[in-house]
Ligand binder design. Structure first.
Ligand code: ADP
Ligand code: MG
Length: 697
């Protein structure tokens, strides 16, 4: 391998390349526009496009694409060759400024949640110049946002960029109040830790449930699962380590700071975390990372599973969204300071997050809602569906001292007056690691842990940025109007703590007692996707998004529809797959096994008249009885699927899918899994959990 420093970013049209390849004037104009968010002038765009094309062709690229993130949750690209006909029947390679700035993919096949009916079918993509262009598989990819011609967002990126602007605007107002006149913008930053499974491709191909749905729909627990916890941080197997090496190289070439990798709790489960980046870039990078994980796995004869719950009874996969706010001058606003002034500012931003999480619990839950993630949340392996904040004991005590005006601090024992006193130093490298909290303060950032492994991180960050923007707005409104800033600040912080400390919970989130306690505190417990989505359009939420111009009411409605539709379709595909597996593979296999057992018994009797056939007889009889039960259950499931067609209202359908279809799926699975444990491996039509989970040697 060549040196990391040499390959890093070699496929990215980054700042260094631009500086080198663009005329000084163009470079200046481009960076100015990027910084201020202005439109790029046509002449500048033409020069940039040309330089980009030359660079891409030198790297072997033949095509370009506007790379975007429609509501499908994955990325989309339509490749166009650079070629243009020349007079002599030959071609020239061309790429214009117009092609760089704007594209027009046919929007009609992407989910629009009703927007398509009201607006034009066509959509357009617009370059996000803050995210660098890159080369992937011989294609120059231009990161873009995707909108309808009416300007409605059809993707995940547009509202994300809007939410970043919203929080920036309000945070700057707050910083001005603290006498900061230099900061022009703030950026939210994200470091997403990504979990995944790696299994052998041969095993994967034998399981149509994995192929169709990404998860196993049947499968008895193996004798050895994750009980010994011997996989976590364990020695990485050779095949996996050469995979990780190649994956890292691919990601580094694309300028992605892949940093830490380790084995996770479940067998065959791993994690990769990059160094954090500005939110829109982190979002792009996470999408590329997921794509590369799957691609590189194939090259190694393996399959990378990104589903939230590929195996029942074994930990599923999530994604930790480490989130913070920094100024354009590089100051982390969630870093506790050393002076009374810095402390006060830190506490105000901290309070904004606390208030936001309390008031918009439902939106945070919505942002991680999917059929796949429903298997994890609240299942004693991932943070519960109840949203709460972990602050750690020291910070909590400080907030309590402020709330109750009681003295705090080992030495001075002073009553903390915000803006006047220095906060007592508390351990910032929180060794206190509560893994059960959905939203944990980890010293200088918050870690939102409820995301599913296959989720785009856009949605979670749209919710976070916008809700915190709203709180900062309220704070700025109040403080700007105050006569005495310090007193007003103290009162405000105290009030927020009093009113919102119910959201702070430092205990064990997996504990059954927490569910009761949370209910007493009036916190929401939105156990499933349909439950969560029922709150999406609540008045306060519509007000939030429209006021900060992140999503219009129409855009929100369309998003809710898309999410509900996806949920229902996912369950429908899973149910149909189960029916097919049962009827085509499982029941016939059971019959064949019974036949084998009966023939063996007959042969034995023919050989020696009174030879004992208890094993054959009992097993055959048990399997026959259970097969009848399977038949009943699969009929019931099929009937449930059929009746779904009678439910026309989408949210009602989602509840029906969860309450009736999903329940019927679980009923069927229970019997089939029992049968797997008593059926000869030779007859069982699929590789077992044990074979799959330990398939990568
Ligand atoms: P863990 O112990 O959970 O692995 P780390 O300190 O290694 O925690 O960080 C996890 C992630 O948090 C990494 O992706 C890291 O880059 C990211 N991170 C660190 N600081 C920030 C920050 N200021 N903003 C956003 N993410 C951050
Ligand atoms: Mg973490």
């Amino acid at each position: 391998m060549s040196k990391v420093t040499e390959i890093f970013g070699c496929n990215v049209f980054n700042d260094a390349v631009m500086r080198e390849r663009l005329p000084k004037e163009t470079y200046k104009a481009l960076t100015e526009t990027t910084k201020n968010g202005h439109h790029l002038k046509a002449d500048v765009a033409n020069v940039v496009a040309n330089a980009m094309k030359d660079w891409a062709i030198e790297k072997g690229a033949t095509h370009f694409t506007h790379w975007f993130q429609p509501m499908t949750g994955i990325t989309a690209e339509k490749h166009d060759a650079f070629i243009s006909p020349a007079k002599d029947g030959k071609v020239i390679m061309e790429f214009s400024g117009k092609e760089l700035i704007q594209g027009e993919p046919d929007a009609s096949s992407f989910p629009s949640g009703g927007l398509r009916a009201t607006f034009e079918a066509r959509g357009y993509t617009a370059w996000d110049p803050t995210s660098y262009a890159f080369i992937k598989d011989g294609v120059l990819c231009i990161p873009t946002a995707f909108c309808s011609y009416g300007g409605e967002a059809l993707d995940k990126k547009t509202p994300l960029l809007r939410s970043m602007e919203a929080i920036s605007k309000q945070a700057v107002r707050v910083l001005r109040l603290f006498g900061n006149d230099t900061v022009k913008a703030v950026r939210t930053t994200v470091g997403p830790e990504q979990e995944y499974f790696l299994i052998d491709k041969e095993m994967y191909d034998k399981r149509c449930d994995l192929v169709y749905t990404g998860r196993t729909l049947f499968g008895a627990k193996p004798p050895k699962g994750q009980e010994l916890e011997d996989h976590y941080f364990g020695i990485i197997k050779q095949r996996v380590s050469s995979y990780m090496k190649e994956l890292n190289e691919e990601l580094w070439k694309l300028g992605i700071y892949a940093k830490t990798e380790h084995n996770e709790v479940a067998p065959a489960q791993h994690e990769l975390a990059p160094i954090f980046a500005t939110t829109n870039i982190a979002t792009d990078h996470n999408q590329i990372m997921m794509e590369m994980m799957q691609k590189v796995a194939k090259r190694h004869g393996m399959v990378c599973l990104l589903h939230e719950k590929p195996f029942a009874g074994v930990n599923g996969s999530g994604k930790h969204n480490n989130w913070s706010i920094s100024t354009d001058t590089g100051v982390n606003l969630l870093e506790p300071g050393d002076t009374p002034h810095d402390n006060a500012q830190f506490l105000l931003f901290l309070c904004a997050v606390i208030k936001a999480v309390d008031e918009y619990q439902d939106l945070l839950r919505v942002s991680v809602a999917s059929a796949g993630n429903d298997h994890r949340l609240g299942a004693n392996e991932a943070p519960p569906a109840i949203i709460s904040i972990f602050l750690g004991s020291e910070l909590t005590e400080i907030l309590q001292a402020i709330e109750t005006d009681t003295p705090y601090g080992a030495k001075e024992k002073e009553i903390l007056k915000i803006g006047v006193h220095t906060l007592p130093r508390f351990a910032r490298d929180t060794t206190d690691r509560n893994r059960t909290s959905p939203f944990a303060f980890t010293g200088n950032k918050f870690e939102f842990r409820s995301l599913g492994s296959s989720d785009s991180i856009a949605c979670a960050n749209i919710m976070l940025n916008t809700s915190v923007a709203e709180e900062l707005k309220q704070f700025a409104d109040e403080l700007e109007a105050a006569d005495d800033f310090t007193t007003a600040l103290h009162d405000l912080i105290k009030r927020v703590i009093v009113e919102h400390n119910r959201i702070v919970f430092n205990g064990n989130g997996y504990d059954e007692a927490w569910v009761k306690e949370a209910e007493k505190r009036g916190l929401m417990n939105l156990v499933s996707t349909p439950d969560a989505l029922a709150h999406y359009m609540d008045e306060k939420n519509v007000k939030l998004f429209t006021e900060h111009k992140v999503l219009s009411e129409t855009e929100m409605r369309s998003r809710k529809e898309i999410l509900l539709e996806k949920y229902c379709k996912t369950l429908n595909i899973e149910a149909l797959t189960m029916v097919e597996m049962t009827r085509k593979d499982i029941l016939p296999a059971l019959s064949a096994y019974v036949k084998d057992l009966s023939e063996t018994a007959n042969a034995k009797k023919a050989f020696v008249a009174d030879m004992d056939c208890t094993y054959e007889a009992e097993t055959a009889s048990k399997i026959s009885t259970l097969s009848t039960l399977v038949l009943k259950k699969v009929d019931a499931l099929e009937e449930a699927i059929g009746k779904a067609k009678e439910v026309s209202e989408l949210s009602e359908l989602a509840f029906y899918m969860k309450g009736t279809v999903f329940a019927a799926m679980n009923d069927l699975r229970a019997v089939v899994d029992e049968l797997e444990t008593i059926t000869s491996a030779k007859y069982w039509p699929y590789p077992s959990y044990g074979e799959i989970l330990y398939s990568v040697k």
